[in-house]
Design a protein around this ligand. Structure first.
Ligand code: AMP
Ligand code: MG
Length: 320
């Protein structure tokens, strides 16, 4: 669907319109001090699915949640002394902390890609601050560019990639840092997960400890994190057109099934429902879950990627 993307100015009308779009589950690109982010309500499955859809991301990787203060952040993550010090030194600013997710936060499981941790930051850009304040909730935001393209540092860059694919862009001029936030894991000791706007040496000076460097460059492929990835207890069988003995069928489109990802065959609705429905069938004690074929276009690619992983043979505890 082609949308007409609203260009909003950073004034009272622009902020209230942007907040209204976010509350309705829409997507608003906004400036931060690093790059423009593509924001959606982090509690709304459909909004978060819409971010992946607009970017054309072939995978549901975890997103950074943006809030307007350290106090707001504490509602979502298990806080620690290290987090307190780092927040005191670098927030608001280009530091993202990965901390254990608090139970019962009601964030969309698409935001964390079902990891037990959450990446969170408080941006310093006055336009980002004002938007978060007006909206009053957590905003999930990856960079506002189509997947595989470079990160945007102006509203014109955002529109060059996403015009017609998102509800609005809040034009706050040019970003000054232009590189992404530094991502620091604080789950089992400090680990640099992505270098960025704040140098690791500055972080070490604040915490008085060495920060381990993550060498393979891919935060979520770290073995510990992969192992904690949710897989249903049930066996998963893909591209199923009928139910076999003992299976529950997770449907898509007009099929007779136990639970339907999207009766109308809408991929965004299916993405929004994916994790919740898998959990629900699992909780029903299914021994096996059969899944209808999902078209491998647009968001279907990310859905199929996730389903293939759920269906893959499970690594035993002895494997690396
Ligand atoms: P982007 O969405 O382009 O801003 O990138 C977000 C980055 O944050 C990706 O590299 C993710 O892998 C990383 N990230 C987000 N959440 C987590 C998490 N819970 N644990 C580790 N890395 C994360
Ligand atoms: Mg990016």
């Amino acid at each position: 669907m082609i949308l007409s993307t609203e260009r909003l100015l950073p004034d009272a009308h622009g902020y209230s319109r942007a907040a209204e779009i976010l509350r309705d589950g829409g997507r608003v690109a906004f400036p931060t001090e690093t790059v423009y982010g593509l924001g959606g309500d982090a509690r709304n499955d459909r909004a978060v699915a819409g971010i992946f859809e607009a970017k054309g991301r072939p995978r549901f990787n975890p997103l950074i949640v943006h809030v307007d203060s350290a106090e707001a952040a504490r509602a979502y993550v298990e806080w620690s002394e290290g987090a307190e010090r780092l927040a005191g030194a670098f927030w608001p600013g280009p530091l993202t902390m990965v901390l254990p997710l608090k139970p019962g936060t009601r964030l969309s499981p698409l935001v964390t890609a079902e990891l037990p941790t959450l990446a969170i930051r408080v941006p310093a850009h006055p336009v980002a601050q004002a938007l978060l304040h007006t909206f009053g909730g957590p905003v999930a935001a990856p960079s506002a560019n189509p997947s595989g393209r470079i990160s945007p540092t102006s509203a014109a860059h955002v529109l060059a990639g996403l015009d017609g694919r998102i509800e609005a862009v809040l034009d706050g001029g040019t970003c000054d840092v232009g590189v992404e936030s530094t991502i620091l894991g604080l789950v089992d000791g400090p680990v640099l997960l992505r270098p960025g706007g704040i140098a690791v040496e500055e972080i070490e000076a604040v915490i008085g400890n060495r920060v381990a460097r993550h060498t393979d460059g891919d935060a979520i492929s770290a073995p510990g994190q992969l192992a904690s990835h949710y897989a249903p207890g049930a066996i998963v069988r893909l591209n199923a057109t009928t139910r076999q003995e003992g299976e529950l069928l997770l449907g898509f489109g007009t099929v007779d099934c136990d639970l339907n990802l999207s009766p109308t065959g809408d991929l965004r609705e299916a993405a929004a429902n994916l994790f919740g429905h898998l959990h629900r069938l699992d909780a029903q004690g299914a021994k096996a879950i059969a899944v209808s074929p999902i078209p491998d276009t647009g968001l279907g690619q990310a859905i199929n990627d996730r389903l293939r992983r759920a269906a893959a043979p499970r690594p035993g505890p002895a494997q690396p």
